[in-house]
Design a protein around this ligand. Sequence first.
Ligand code: NI
Length: 172
Amino acid sequence: MAILPILTTPDPRLKMVSEPVEAVTDETRKLMDDMLETMYDAPGIGLAAIQVGIAKNIIVMDISEAGAPAAPRYFVNPEILESVEEKKPYEEGCLSVPEYFNVIDRPEKVKITYLDYNGERVTEWAEGLYAVCIQHEMDHLKGILFIDYLSRMKRDQALRKVRKVNKMNASA
Ligand code: NI
């Protein structure tokens, strides 16, 4: 496995629309393994392939509680089939917008379908943090960052924060 560099905003690649994966192969699994290691190292709870510069519809996630055993989840070609009307606020962050957090409203339950690590079709309802995270990550596949839902002023604040963090990391 390998830790891959994570792109941060305003890298234009984060605006790309990702492409469907034709088949879940060993190459796909190798990428998912690397993405998971990259996500754990960051650390984060979700990562989309475009965040490591690969425009494919692939997401990895682990929303298990701190101290609980690792529970990695893998999503290839995820789609949202249904969303409930009720929305719920949650304070989101993103590895591509380091150290910036803000509250986003999203449907509190979504029915999703995707291929798992073995290429098996899974269809299920996601709720709670799972619903927040899968919607956030699926936005990445469409080139959308959570800060795109905020006002211009807040987005600029986020960009300034990212510039500062990147500068500090570069000089560290
Ligand atoms: Ni993100």
